[in-house]
Design a binder for this molecule. Structure first.
Ligand code: BV8
Length: 239
């Protein structure tokens, strides 16, 4: 059952309410580095040094240097067939809520509209004094004089309650929950598939390797998202 793509595609094809959770693995084939794993970002940089509020208040220039370096990489990347397959699914007249942990903005660039960015967006800034969110325009200081920070959720920071609430309700209401390209290690995102399963949803996981979610998933489709998703989400699923 776990690796049966045709059966998973049949069940997906019948669903009216689908929730999708994506992680860095869905952007890997676009050239965006993942966090963990062989070439992962955390291999060269320690998150506690860079992706947390204390690091920022201690050395905002260093943290900005890291995020501008990442913007440089993401800026040169294009959405891949996995992003496009998910965007196309949204156009089929069923309810699709795309919940992403990624901050690269590639789902929206592929045409997905109903996107919940759980961990923020690397192309947005937030004023540390006024809280105003804006497009990154190269400035590191707000017109009010305070530092701008990346509009990204760092470890130990709360997610936007409204966005989290929408993600929780989409998971609860889903008939199929599709988890793609995430190590399933970071909370509260990693609770969403289990919440969906508890509400009766079929859980389908797409990853190149097993994760802590795999043992509880109804289907584990092993392979790169850019290859598996176009087949799984094809209009006429494979026989
Ligand atoms: C919060 C910064 C509440 C943004 C990120 C102890 C136990 C449990 C939980 C905790 C704990 N201690 C602390 C916590 C909570 C903590 C947490 O979960 N820590 C973990 C690490 C243990 N969570 C938080 O702090 C969150 N906030 O809980 O607030 C709170 C707060 C205060 C007071 C009370 C309560 C905030 C979480 C957000 C943190 N920000 N990054 C940035 O710079 O980008 S998390 C970071 O990991 C990224 O944002 C990323 O989104 C996230 C998840 O990583 P993945 O996307 O899964 O990527 P990863 O590299 O890990 O995996 C890639 C996967 O893809 C792999 O499985 C690989 O096999 C696969 N893959 C690779 N190639 C492909 C592929 N799959 C398919 N196709 C391919 N081609």
């Amino acid at each position: 059952m776990q690796g049966d793509l045709a059966e998973a595609a049949r069940i997906l094809g019948q669903a009216q309410r689908i929730a999708v959770l994506t992680g860095a693995g869905v952007s890997a084939e676009s050239g965006v580095p993942t966090f963990r794993g062989e070439q992962g970002l955390w291999k060269s940089y320690r998150p506690e040094q860079l992706a947390n509020p204390m690091a920022f208040s201690g050395n905002p220039e260093l943290v900005w240097e890291w995020y501008r370096w990442r913007q440089g990489i993401v800026g040169g990347c294009q959405p891949n067939p996995a992003h496009h397959a998910l965007a196309e699914l949204e156009g089929r007249g069923v309810s699709v809520t795309l919940i992403t942990q990624n901050v690269d903005g590639l789902h929206r660039r592929a045409g997905s509209e109903n996107v919940l960015e759980l961990h923020g967006n690397i192309w947005r800034t937030r004023c540390t004094r006024e809280g105003k969110i804006d497009h990154y325009a190269g400035e590191l200081k707000c017109s009010c004089g305070a530092w701008l920070r990346p509009h990204i959720v760092w470890f130990g920071e709360q997610l936007d309650p409204l966005i989290l609430d929408q993600a929780l309700s989409a998971a609860r209401r889903s008939q199929v929950f599709l988890s793609v390209g995430t190590s399933s290690l970071v909370a509260p995102a990693n609770m969403l598939p289990r919440l969906a399963a508890d509400s009766g949803a079929t859980v389908i996981e797409v990853n190149v390797e097993p994760t802590p979610l795999t043992v509880d998933a109804d289907f584990f489709l092993q392979g790169p998202a850019g290859e598996v998703l176009p087949r799984l989400l094809a209009k006429d699923p494979p026989p």
